[in-house]
Design a protein around this ligand. Sequence first.
Ligand code: SF4
Length: 228
Amino acid sequence: MGIKSLISMSLTDWDGKVSSVIFLGGCNFRCPYCHNWKLAVNPAALPDLDKEAVLQKISESSKWIDGVVLTGGEPTCFEGLFELAEEIKSIGLGVKLDTNGSNPDVIKRMIRREMVDFISMDFKNSFDKYPETTGTSVDVDDIKKSIEHIRHFGSYEFRTTVVPGLVEQSDLEKICNYLRDANTYIIQRYHPENVIYKEFSEISPQSDEEMEELVALCSQHLKTKWRG
Ligand code: SF4
């Protein structure tokens, strides 16, 4: 699968940085609340962008941006990921990887080869609820391996979209206990727009007050912020 979209400049996809954002097609998960499901589920229906043209645009923006966010879909499923990351680094820009954590070997290689500067990993739910949250028979040992690689790397955030009815307070407590001592944990407000399944489009997002209460709950275990 290819490069499907480029945002030349974003202030919101890498905390504290100005970035370009590359969207890569394809994903091995089927989260029922996915917002990028056209990109994730049926990427062949979307045209590929020419990689050289994308890199040229990024190069032209390099005076005004700090780095490039590789997102999807699931970037670790993209065959040319290493090459793409190396080409971005050769322009002199940083690389942030957004990942669902399902490919620990890819993450490990990116870290070892210094192709990545920051990793944002989705911690989808408590481990026993991973299959229903991701719509797949995911191997949670792979998720655990990715978490360990990323923690060891040190420049990261873990994040959970708090899907009402799917990610409960008890799940957040289990996640926080597992991540105890992690640098940064982000809980994200649920947004029902453009999700893949109709029943998930009828779920209301949390209020600011509800998000603050969840932050207070998680902050008993580790440093937590909310987003969204
Ligand atoms: S991992 Fe992300 S891109 Fe893939 S299906 Fe889940 S929400 Fe969508």
